[in-house]
Design a protein around this ligand. Structure first.
Ligand code: KIV
Ligand code: ZN
Length: 518
């Protein structure tokens, strides 16, 4: 099967993204991950542009093994020498020289005629070849260059020793069919084309970077230049993860493959996004938060019955642990039943109806219903939260200029009585400190509210506490005519809920292990 080389230019063209600069350490870390992901080429920078770029290319060349390490240079002697100085410690170095060829660049930017461009391009390649065996040439703005002139340049640079010829769509102007036609044209009209690898490099100004690259692959290009998350100048470059997964998922159509370890795609995308500060849009293909999330009831039902009904890739193949069913107002009973089971509640049909009515009511008011919300519904309706810890007695002393102190006795899991005392900032704080010492369960109090249920003097007080336990939120209530006792009940109910959740989690883990072994 034809093997397409993946040339990653995140550290060079990607870093040219406005606002996406990376420091040396970050570049080395990204390069290591790209190597672990098995890209074929890492373009680490443009050494002549700054000392920082030079240092980065030099460090990546010295430290990162596996892929070819490449540095960019204009067809100018000092650029090429600087690139080589940075690259020479690489196990597999490549100098990438470029020179614009389109009419508009020749006339306004370079002010040079065609024959001069032809000579400069070939000379640049020859000079680079004196230093490095692996040389790539890019005719900048190739897609807007007259095809016959482009063919002449490509022939000349191959003759001069370029092993790879890149055909950049520098300004993202190409249209897939037309770009594929250009590749076919070069294959048919450049006599020595068989001596070089044809590469493509597409910018995304019209949102066609990936489509153009793939059209070129289908037309015979063997290397694709791309960036993680599609970073790059202006609207960016073709996205590496989209190219790789399109080739993998539609192997039936392209009849080729890449060497990329696709299970690392998600982690590398997160790393690059974190370091560059360039947030990945939620609905970005392959690595966006929603790429494997389903909310519509019909889709959720389909995915639960057979994943392939609505998923063309397996989330784990790109490194996302599993598809997410986002529960919201479009979700159906099937998804709720599955999520309840994952949370440890095996619901009967009648229980499902009760839970579903409450869930829909909440989903109408909230965009996304989180696991905590569902757990709270299920617990309040069906869970017999066992009173593992029960209040037996308490005594509080508090007053002006006295440190509040609470003595509490509890009945513990085996019915055994335990007693302890603690001080606090106030009577309830002292009480909660004593309870924490006795139960050994550490929860974080996030909210505490008190209200009288009726208007009379001996009204019942209702205390509501919201606590956090191992990243999950638990709400619990306590009722009493004594507000300190109501506070103790509320806190103990929260702790008993935390213990019950922990038990359900353990049971779930045990049963998953049992299933996977079986
Ligand atoms: O877009 C472009 O033309 C480039 C070249 C330097 C390859 O980035
Ligand atoms: Zn570019």
């Amino acid at each position: 099967m034809r093997r397409i080389k993946i040339f990653d230019t995140t550290l060079r063209d990607g870093e040219q993204s406005p606002g996406a600069s990376l420091n040396l350490k970050e570049k080395i870390q990204i390069a290591r991950q790209l190597a672990a992901m098995k890209v074929d080429v890492i373009e680490a920078g443009f050494p002549i542009t700054s000392q920082g770029d030079f240092d980065a290319v030099q460090a990546v060349a010295a430290e990162v093994r596996g892929p070819v390490i490449c540095g960019l240079a204009r067809t100018v002697e000092k650029d090429i020498e600087r690139a080589w100085a940075a690259l020479k410690k690489a196990a597999h170095p490549r100098i990438h020289v470029f020179c614009a060829t389109s009419q508009i660049h020749r006339q306004f930017k370079l002010r040079k005629a065609k024959d001069e461009i032809l000579r400069i391009a070939a000379d640049g390649v020859r000079q680079a070849r004196k230093l490095c065996a692996d040389v790539e040439f890019s005719p900048e703005d190739a897609s807007r260059t007259e095809p016959d002139f482009l063919a002449a340049v490509v022939e000349a640079v191959i003759e001069a020793g370029a092993g790879t010829v890149n055909i950049p769509d520098t300004v993202g102007y190409a249209i897939p069919e037309q770009y594929a036609e250009l590749i076919r044209y070069l294959k048919a009209n450049v006599p020595n084309i068989g001596k070089a690898v044809i590469s493509v490099h597409c910018h995304n100004d019209l949102g066609l970077g990936v489509a153009n690259s793939l059209a070129a692959v289908a037309a015979g290009a063997d290397q694709v230049e791309c960036t993680v998350n599609g970073l790059g100048e202006r609207a960016g470059n073709a996205s590496l993860e989209e190219i790789v997964m399109a080739i993998k998922t539609r192997r039936d159509f392209f009849g080729c493959d890449t060497g990329v370890a696709t299970r690392k795609l998600y982690a590398v995308s997160r790393m690059v996004s974190g370091m560059t500060g360039m947030v990945v849009q939620r609905n970005k293909a392959i690595v966006g938060e929603n790429a494997f999330a389903h909310e519509a009831g019909i889709h959720q039902d389909g995915v639960l019955k057979e994943r392939r009904t609505y998923e063309i890739m397996r989330p784990e193949d790109v490194g996302v642990p599993q598809s997410k069913l986002v529960l919201g107002k479009h979700s159906g009973r099937h998804a709720l039943r599955v999520r309840a089971k994952e949370l440890g509640f095996d619901l009967s049909d009648t229980q499902l109806e009760v839970a579903y009515t409450r869930f829909k009511d909440l989903a109408d008011r909230k965009k996304v219903v989180y696991d905590e919300d569902i757990e709270a519904i299920l617990e309040s309706e069906f869970a017999q939260v066992e009173e593992v810890f029960k209040l037996e007695a308490f005594h509080i002393s508090s007053g002006t200029r006295a440190t509040p102190m609470a003595t509490v006795s509890l009945l513990g899991p085996s019915g055994a009585k335990t007693q302890d005392a603690a001080i606090g900032d106030g009577p309830v704080d002292a009480l909660y400190n004593a309870i924490e010492r006795l139960t050994g369960v550490k929860v974080k109090l996030k909210d505490y509210r008190i209200r009288a249920l009726t208007m009379d003097k001996d009204a019942q007080g209702e205390v509501t506490v919201v606590v956090e336990y191992r990243g999950r939120t638990i709400t619990a209530r306590g009722l009493s005519t004594d507000i300190v006792e109501a506070s103790a009940f509320a806190y103990l109910n929260a702790i008993n809920s935390a213990v019950a959740r922990e038990r359900r989690d353990k049971d779930r883990r045990r049963s998953t292990r049992g299933t996977s072994k079986g």
